[in-house]
Design a protein around this ligand. Structure first.
Ligand SMILES: [Zn+2]
Length: 421
């Protein structure tokens, strides 16, 4: 009997130890860690991880090996978007959005998750979703029920009563209230604890007014310094990163002083805000493509007139701020706010990031290694380096010559599984 058990366990061990090895060769590989382009690379993927990165003249590929020859292509690490709303439908804004139940938004998320992955984004940070629909979506992807990017999720965004993260569309008798609404240091701490209890990986809060909310001023600070300090401190105690929605200068500065991990939008920067961000090591996540969609298609999608008016001021100013922040060397991550515009259009922002001041390499680093570092996941994610998860995409040509090739991703691998070839 003992011998039999031993044999069974040996067989199981052999089965578990069976490994799948794939060789991927291409014309180039973007080495975002060192900011270099590698010519004629070969990447060896073993059991979903990167086992080796070499050059075609330095490695013997066995004749019977699984070998993907992506001639004419460049390998790029799977892209990472640090500001999405997968459960939001870009065709439903303003009052149109009120008709979607939380379960319905989760189902929008199924479609959005697929579209995002198929655009080459293998990781996203979902910064705000009612009813923890983003938690359900993340878990469904992790369980293999649906396909989508690896998700880091926030649950409902924290905000003040009547602020950008509240629901201000209906009169008082409807008692409509954003799920993340919390006022005062202890209420915000309780809300952080609640979000963590129900599955949040990141805490998102609204530090200022916003473009798409009714009756808020983009320039005005909403949470007080004391409240932001409490949110960030509580999140840090539990080991979570934080993201602050902030357009106005005062709110941006207060969020930075509170120790927030990233400032989202960061539209109205001044010299002091930039200096503070550098001092505190704060990341900026600036959605400089959204303005084109909001002003072009927003009205049809139900975006309020007051929001369109706000966007006309914010969009142009945000792009100027972006240029200044890049020039000053602030740490930047790619954050698109997809969900405001259609999911899957995320890569369009890369060309805007280059147009407004980044090199092609900087734009790609902002969408790969920088987010991985910000999320404290750079040992697993963000580059094609040995030991990391095999999240690899390929595009035709060379994105360092023409960044717009990123808008048509030809090959997608996440966790060693191929989704597009
Ligand atoms: Zn957003």
């Amino acid at each position: 009997m003992k011998v039999l058990l031993l044999l069974v366990s040996l067989c199981l061990f052999t089965f578990n130890a069976y490994s799948e090895t794939r060789y991927i060769s291409a014309d180039y590989l973007v080495d975002v860690t060192n900011g270099k382009l590698i010519e004629s690379p070969v990447v060896v993927v073993i059991d979903g991880k990167i086992g080796q990165v070499s050059r075609q003249d330095k490695i013997e590929i066995p004749a019977d090996a699984q070998h993907l020859e992506l001639n004419g292509h460049t390998l790029v690490p799977g892209l990472m978007d640090m500001h999405v709303h997968l459960t939001s439908n870009a065709n439903l804004h303003g009052y149109k959005r009120l008709a979607s139940s939380v379960p319905r938004t989760a189902l929008y998320g199924v479609t959005s998750a697929k579209a995002t992955l198929m655009a080459g984004f293998t990781t996203v940070r979902n910064v705000g979703a009612p009813g923890y629909a983003d938690v359900a979506l993340r878990d469904a992807i992790n369980d293999g029920d649906i396909i989508g990017p690896r998700m880091f999720v926030a649950g409902p965004s924290l905000g003040i009563t009547g602020g950008h993260c509240d629901n201000n569309l209906l009169p008082s008798e409807y008692k409509a209230k954003g799920q993340g609404v919390a006022d005062g240091p202890w209420q915000v701490r309780a809300k952080v604890r609640e979000n963590i209890k129900f599955g949040a990986d990141v805490i998102k809060f609204c530090a200022t007014g916003g473009v798409l909310s009714k009756g808020t001023k983009v320039g005005a600070q909403q949470y007080s310094q004391e409240e932001m300090n409490a949110i960030v401190e509580e999140a840090k105690l539990r080991g979570l990163v934080t993201a602050a929605h902030a357009h106005g200068t005062d709110g941006i500065k207060a969020a930075i002083k509170a120790g927030v991990t990233s400032v989202e939008h960061a539209s109205f920067l001044d010299k002091e805000a930039i200096k503070l961000a550098k001092k505190y090591g704060t990341y900026f996540s600036m959605d400089i493509y959204t303005t084109e969609y909001i002003l072009g298609e927003g009205e049809k999608a139900g975006i309020l007139q007051e929001s369109l008016d706000k966007e006309r001021v914010v969009g142009a100013r945000q792009r100027e701020s972006f240029t200044q922040a890049v020039k000053a060397g602030v740490k930047m991550v790619f954050g698109s706010d997809a969900g405001v515009y259609p999911h899957g259009d995320n890569p369009k922002q890369l060309s805007r990031m280059v147009r407004f001041g980044m090199t092609e390499m900087q734009a790609l680093q902002a969408a790969t290694i920088n987010p991985a570092t910000m999320l404290k996941k750079s040992d697993e994610l963000g580059s094609i380096d040995v030991g990391k998860v095999a999240d690899i995409i390929a595009v035709k040509g060379n994105p360092l010559d023409d960044i717009s090739v990123m808008e048509d991703v030809q090959f997608i691998m996440k966790d060693g599984v191929i989704y597009k070839q």
